[in-house]
Design a protein around this ligand. Structure first.
Ligand code: BG6
Length: 499
């Protein structure tokens, strides 16, 4: 959660805390969790009596585990790393075996017990999704969910389910062991500074909220573009595709933050209640809607990626037109697009306001004076840009779009934007679930994506259009907007923003 003041020092109240990373030999631990924990340690934000225990099946000594993590953190040298490394231990165990976890649990008792003799435990499931349920069962059978001497919390990575039914089943299973307040479902987009800033921008300023509705906003575009290809993740990706991998979570979360009403407080449930209301209002697509409002693409060469089945129709690109059926947003189209193998990596949201109702100034024939646009650049070149018309000096009534810009690197120079995992790990340790998705949010998001996926799976559904890696997606994604007399608006990079 966002707090005021420059530093956030974690107050553990003298308790000992163990972060148990289940699946610690995997990529996520090396590339995200370990760098985030080390950075928090250097900033003095981790609890004093903290132990980090990696658990996986691989046989490894503590020292090997430490070396493996150190190798993945570029600046992990010197005394600070050596001190941090004393907090790291490793246990070889099958996380689906209650017996193995019992042995591990006994080992936690040997740690420095803190000043109160209490031990809090954060279980981080950095596992293949198929292991979530058995790992939760094993934690329960090993008695590790009981809060007899401190809190117990569980962090669950995405994907949370592969459709509505599997997500409901997983929620049901998790709730049979942990209360909802103990569960932290990760969507790392919520931990990004610029995504959190969207809430500050909307609710800590009074000039935008009065015009944040259908009376003033003409359309909203959300783009999450990636230049990378599927690479080594072919097997997972071919089962998911872009709709499950990116839209169900990240893009719908961005949509929820743009469309929700102001919460009564910046508190986990107040915030999530509003997101739930916004997601509930998103119009579910009928089969016909899928045909008219969805464009899918697949980059050329996708079939040759390891793990991808020949002839696969899995989309690596999608563009959707969505509507939010409530008073605030009735009739405003939300265009969402995401894909891999595109020309660049960028995440941005563009709010286009309506054109002036009556144009006083002479405008050349066929020139359309667009409404003001507000571009929120999530990554890279984090910041914002508001475009408006201005008079060209020393010319008759000639107009030209100009902009007001804010850049994080200028506005907050000297402060590096932390990785999303730093924020999320800290919040989970502090028991603040504001930036984590609640069970009902996850299920609502699946209920929006499922009909689209089913519609595209039916016989006769259009196959994905091909596009060459390095393009901006398949050409027909333009047609989706052209039928509304609109086009994809130039994004933060195209307009030279922040460069
Ligand atoms: C993950 C997806 O959730 O988000 C990946 O599984 C994707 O396919 C990644 O590459 C994008 O995250 P970011 O932070 O790099 O935009």
């Amino acid at each position: 959660m966002m707090t005021s003041g420059p530093t956030l020092l974690h107050d553990d109240g003298g308790d000992a805390t163990a972060i148990v990373i289940m699946g610690a030999s995997g990529n996520l631990t090396r590339t995200k969790l370990a760098p985030a924990l080390f950075s928090l340690y250097r900033k003095g934000r981790l609890p004093d009596h903290l132990h980090i225990v990696g658990v996986a099946r691989d046989v490894m000594a503590d020292e090997e585990f430490r070396d493996a993590l150190r190798g993945s953190i570029p600046d992990a040298d010197g005394g600070e790393w050596d001190e941090f490394a004393t907090r790291l231990t490793y246990a070889t165990a099958d996380v689906t075996s209650a017996e193995a976890l019992k042995t591990l649990y006994q080992r936690l008792d040997e740690f420095d017990p803190g000043e109160n003799g209490k031990l809090n435990c954060l279980y981080y499931l950095a596992l293949a999704p198929g292991l979530y349920e058995p790992a939760v069962t094993a934690l329960s059978e090993a008695g590790m969910a009981d809060e007899w001497n401190g809190w117990r919390r569980i962090v669950i990575e995405k994907p949370f389910g592969s459709d509505l039914i599997t997500a409901q089943n997983l929620n049901h299973h998790v709730h049979s062991v942990f209360r909802e307040e103990q569960v932290y479902r990760i969507d790392h987009y919520l931990g990004k500074e610029t995504v959190q800033n969207l809430m500050v921008f909307r609710f800590a300023n009074s000039i935008f909220e009065p015009i944040w509705n259908r009376n003033y906003i003409d359309q909203v575009q959300i783009t999450v573009a990636e230049d990378v290809l599927v690479g080594e993740r072919g097997e997972y990706y071919d089962r998911s595709g872009v709709l499950k991998d990116m839209f169900q979570n990240h893009l719908l979360q961005l949509l929820a933050l743009i469309t929700m009403d102001p919460p009564y407080a910046f508190a986990a449930d107040a915030l999530r209640n509003e997101k739930v209301k916004a997601l509930s209002a998103v119009r579910r697509m009928s089969l016909r809607d899928v045909r008219d409002n969805v464009v899918i693409g697949q980059y050329d060469g996708y079939h040759y990626e390891p793990g991808v089945s020949p002839g696969s129709h899995t989309p690596t690109y999608a563009a959707l037109r969505l509507y939010v059926d409530n008073w605030r947003w009735h009739g405003v189209p939300f265009y969402l697009r995401s894909g891999k193998g595109l020309s660049r990596k960028t995440t941005e949201m563009i709010i286009q306001f309506r054109s002036p109702p009556h144009m006083l100034f002479p405008v050349p024939d066929n020139v359309d004076i667009p409404g003001n646009t507000l571009s929120i650049c999530v990554q890279p070149n984090e910041g914002m840009r508001l475009e408006f018309q201005s008079k060209v000096p020393d010319a008759e009534l000639e107009m030209k779009p100009v902009s007001l810009e804010f850049h994080y690197d200028e506005g907050f120079s000297g402060i590096n934007l932390p990785d999303a995992y730093e924020r999320l790990l800290l919040d989970a340790l502090e028991g603040d679930a504001s930036l984590f998705t609640r069970s009902d949010e996850i299920e609502l998001a699946w209920s929006i994506i499922d009909p689209i996926v089913h519609g595209l799976d039916l016989p006769g559904a259009p196959a994905p259009f091909r596009y060459l890696p390095g393009m901006d997606g398949p050409p027909n994604s333009e047609e989706l907007l052209r039928s509304d007399n609109r086009r994809w608006l130039p994004g933060c990079v195209e307009v030279g923003y922040g460069i």
